[in-house]
Design a protein around this ligand. Sequence first.
Ligand SMILES: Cc1cc2nc3c(=O)[nH]c(=O)nc-3n(C[C@H](O)[C@H](O)[C@H](O)COP(=O)(O)O)c2cc1C
Length: 224
Amino acid sequence: MTPHDAGAGDPQGRVRQHSGMTGTRRIAVLTAGTSAPSSSRRLGDRLAEAARGSLERRGIAAEVDVVEVRDVALDVATATLTRLPSPALARDLAAVTEADGLIAVSPVFNASYSGLFKSFVDLVEPAALTGRPVLLGATGGSERHSLVLDHALRPLFGYLHALVLPTGVYAARADWTGDAGALGARIERAGEELATAVAAAPARVRAERTVLEADLEDLLRSLD
Ligand SMILES: Cc1cc2nc3c(=O)[nH]c(=O)nc-3n(C[C@H](O)[C@H](O)[C@H](O)COP(=O)(O)O)c2cc1C
């Protein structure tokens, strides 16, 4: 069952419905930085704060889930070969696919998104992000690689039929130390766009794990 089906009648009579009734929206930040601290994570956090602030100004509460691909990098490699995500990776994939809005930030590696970022996205079910608002971000060493947003990230999420927002945010190393106001303005504008798209749709119903699924996950975790 996909998250889209959650809450619909289950032939086996299991209850999978979840709140969503509070109207609280969930924002997922997917970030694939490899440095510590990671500037991609930093950009993802800033974008999430901007979106959350904008939603709250509209009277809508927002919760943010951060998925750092580096934390499940080995699981991503294993699942690429076996198609079996570990419990931790399954939780991260669910956080991404069940969010009301997604912020996806990759470092630029050799003029494109990083391999780790793409490998995670390759594990997302092809229809799972259809129509979902996605805010794109990228970080790089060079100021000259900002078009990675448009020649690499935008086509990827376009292929997945996501609703890619018009403004993406690229932060080069110099942007953090130079005119931070300019970067801040781009972040605010992009966060506003995400909030507008998220607020326009009803809160998504999240799949709730059945007792059996929870038991199975606990069992698998104990074997990790
Ligand atoms: C293997 C590798 C390739 C890179 N290629 C580029 C590149 O083509 N263009 C660029 O602007 N920066 C490039 N960088 C720099 C990173 O994009 C930049 O440091 C990024 O902000 C790192 O993100 P993080 O701090 O989240 O790990 C590269 C870095 C590495 C390690």
